[in-house]
Design a protein around this ligand. Structure first.
Ligand code: ASP
Ligand code: CP
Length: 316
């Protein structure tokens, strides 16, 4: 496994299995039932040039749980990039201060460019519409745990990915990680114009998976095991796309959809945040008390998985 985590492309199935095993060992430390100082003295640099709650805070918490400390900068305004400093110079400077760096940036490829100028491990916390590898790893970890409880396996499972599959970087990383497993069925549903990039569909199909595309959720999904829904990434829309766009209620995952079209043993996932503004029609809150809703178990799993991601290149 490379010391950088820029894309899930650098991970083999063995790497994923290893990280899942390490994350499971991290659970008691993540919950403070055990204490470790394994990264004592190590410093993580958290550089976030785009909005974030989960990724920024959970990497911070994960590093602290391992005994390390964190310095961070958020937004362009409060970094010297606002004075015209390049990614190259920022990277050279930060690698003199930190032992590992997590970076989020609005441009695809920017985190990889930053990583080229440093020899400390760099983790891509999201690069525009590109990838979000640590999210995909925590998603796979969540599916693994949820399936284990239900006596299911990923091989042969049916996964529904829905929402903004064009700009949603979490689903780009996730579909590639899923493709490392034994053949499964993946159904893609997105509003017109927000489809999964064709090269990813082809990649997954070339690895023996059955990939189907549907135009809407008004269909029979009674054999689906995972409903993974995503927010419309309006911040990535061109002015032309934004003009008059509104998400039809037909793409909303809610209790009626789960009860009438899916089944009672599937799980519902979402990378979050969900857009709770009126008319956003994101994942409905009427599933909040439903045991199928795994979204907060999913966010909790971010800590042990990010501990595993940090500890693997730095310590174990
Ligand atoms: N938080 C995730 C991301 O940064 C998903 C989202 O923002 O909708 O990619
Ligand atoms: N899932 C995720 O990346 O959340 P944030 O954007 O809040 O970090």
């Amino acid at each position: 496994m490379s010391s950088h985590l820029l894309s899930v492309d650098s991970l083999s199935r063995d790497d994923v299995d290893h990280l899942i095993r390490v994350a499971a060992r991290m659970e008691p430390i993540a919950q403070r039932r055990k204490v470790t100082r394994v990264l004592e003295g190590a410093v993580l640099g958290n550089l976030f040039f785009e909005a974030s709650t989960r990724t920024r805070v959970s990497f911070h918490a994960a590093f602290c749980r391992l005994g390390g400390s964190v310095c961070d900068t958020t937004g362009f305004t409060f970094s010297s990039m606002a004075k015209g400093e390049s990614l190259y110079d920022t990277s050279r400077v930060m690698s003199g201060y930190c032992d590992a760096i997590v970076m989020r940036h609005p441009e695809q490829g920017s985190v990889a460019e930053f990583a080229q100028a440093t020899n400390v491990p760099v983790i891509n916390g999201g690069d525009g519409p590109g990838e979000h590898p640590s999210q995909a790893l925590l998603d796979i970890y969540t599916i693994d745990k949820e399936f284990a409880r239900r006596g299911k396996q990923l091989a042969g499972a049916h996964i529904l990915l829905t929402g903004d599959l064009k700009f949603g970087r979490t689903v780009h990383s996730l579909i590639k990680l899923l493709s490392l497993y034994a053949p499964m069925r993946i159904t893609l549903v997105s509003p017109p114009g927000l489809e999964m990039p064709q090269h990813l569909v082809e990649l997954v199909a070339s690895r023996g998976h059955r990939v189907e595309t549907r135009e809407h959720l008004a269909a029979d999904f009674s054999d689906v095991d995972v409903v993974y829904t995503t927010r419309i990434q309006k911040e990535r829309f061109t002015a032309e796309m934004s003009e008059g766009f509104s998400l039809s209620r037909d793409y909303t995952v809610d209790k009626a959809f789960m009860d009438q079209r899916v089944n009672d043993h599937a799980i519902v996932m979402h990378p979050l945040p969900r857009d709770s503004r009126p008319d956003a029609n994101d994942l409905d809150v009427d599933l909040n008390g439903d045991p199928r809703l795994a979204i907060f178990r999913q966010t909790d799993n971010g800590i042990p998985m990010r501990m595993a991601i940090c500890a693997t290149p730095l310590q174990v």
